[in-house]
Ligand binder design. Structure first.
Ligand SMILES: *Cc1c(COP(=O)(O)O)cnc(C)c1O
Length: 363
């Protein structure tokens, strides 16, 4: 078998090895079915079971209450930027958005094409290196909903708690920290996440929506953009992203059965990120984290070196040493280590060793 390297990609990203190995077996023939998982009808009994199991395991992982629907859709989190206001923002009403990075900005930009949007808070003035405190968030008491991004993938800032206490329905883009920690789903009206950061391969987008929110869907929406229609049809109004759903299901099983649930996943993530942040903090300022300490993400660790030439050299040498995908997004510069659920601790330890050696040779 070809050897695997350490993959720090921000997404699509590393997947659990056991899930990949099982997919490799099922790619030729599903046991008892005699066809590849890629070849079966979405209306077949085998696929019905796959999507049912995936939903059941996700419900167990996140303790999703019974009055929520779980949808497996397409179009990425980016389509949710549009579907959320199309379905939940009635004409004449306004929605509050808390902007803490590029994804939040993109959500605002798209929502404005559909309805009236207020920015209740933004940390753009400090290049999104921090999160707004409760006193900075100016909520509209009549907002149709409040939207925020729990983890900003590009800047590496992550809310540790729900940022607002509001009576308005809470909507969250959890794309890059989905199933990375326990979450009280009952606090949310709607949660969405593209699969390709923590949950599986690109293709599926997971939406968890409280049933009463479906009543807001206005009549006459295009069927494929209508939550009520998609929920009524159990995510099978049309052909769903079958393979992505199948692999998400394997990842949910891995998190439940191999890791032991989200408390364990969270503990693992805290430990991994802690090793890396400790190394940054112990480098006498050679490595500088982008995010303020109390806003740091456990998923995407963003940091700089003393200058851009050193950053280029670091990335080149790290890649050659089997540490791939460390180049930061151009809007932040520097480096970004994405260490999602399935990223092994051994890879973090290797990166820290590499950082120490690099500083010694180039300090
Ligand atoms: C990656 C990402 C997106 C965009 O996801 P797509 O599936 O590519 O549309 C949106 N929000 C966050 C927080 C992300 O990390």
């Amino acid at each position: 078998m070809t050897e695997r390297i350490f993959n720090f990609s921000a997404g699509p990203a590393v997947l659990p090895e056991s899930a990949l190995l099982q997919a490799q077996r099922d790619l030729f023939a599903l046991p008892g079915v005699g066809m590849s998982v890629l070849e079966i009808s979405h209306r077949s009994e085998a696929f019905e079971q796959i999507i049912k199991d995936a939903e059941a395991d996700l419900r167990k992982l996140l303790s999703i209450p019974d009055n929520y629907k779980v949808l497996f859709l397409q179009g990425g989190a980016s389509l949710q930027f549009t579907m959320v206001p199309m379905n939940l923002l009635p004409k004449g009403a306004s929605a509050d958005y808390i902007t803490t990075g590029s994804w939040g900005q993109a959500a605002v930009k798209e929502a404005k094409k559909t309805g009236t949007v207020r920015e209740a808070a933004s940390t753009a003035d400090t290049n999104f290196n921090r999160l707004p405190g409760p006193e900075e968030i100016k909520l509209d008491p009549n907002a149709a909903y409040v939207h925020y991004t729990s983890n900003e993938t590009i800047f590496g800032v992550e809310f540790q708690e729900v940022p607002v206490a509001s009576d308005a329905p809470l909507v969250c883009d959890m794309s890059s920290d989905f199933i990375s920690r326990p979450v009280d789903v009952s606090k949310y009206a709607l949660i969405y996440a593209g699969a390709q950061k923590n949950a599986g391969p690109a293709g599926a987008t997971i939406v968890i929506v409280r049933e009463d929110m479906l009543e807001r869907t206005p009549d006459g929406l295009p069927s494929m953009l209508d939550y009520k229609n998609l929920a009524k049809n159990g995510s099978m109004y049309n052909t769903p992203p079958c393979f992505s759903i199948y692999l998400c299901g394997l990842v949910f099983k891995w998190a439940l059965n191999e890791i032991g649930g989200l408390d364990k996943v969270f503990a693992m993530n805290k430990e991994k990120a802690g090793i890396l942040y400790d190394a940054i903090d112990a480098s006498d300022g050679y490595y500088r984290g982008h995010a303020e300490k109390d806003c740091r993400s456990l998923m995407n660790i963003t940091f700089r070196l003393p200058n851009e030439d050193l950053e280029k050299k670091f990335i080149k040498e790290a890649t050659a040493a089997g540490l791939d995908g460390l180049k930061g997004h151009r809007s932040v510069g520097g480096l970004r280590a994405s260490i999602y659920n399935a990223f092994p601790q051994a890879g973090v330890v290797r990166l820290v060793e590499f950082m120490k050696d690099f500083q010694k040779d180039n300090g």
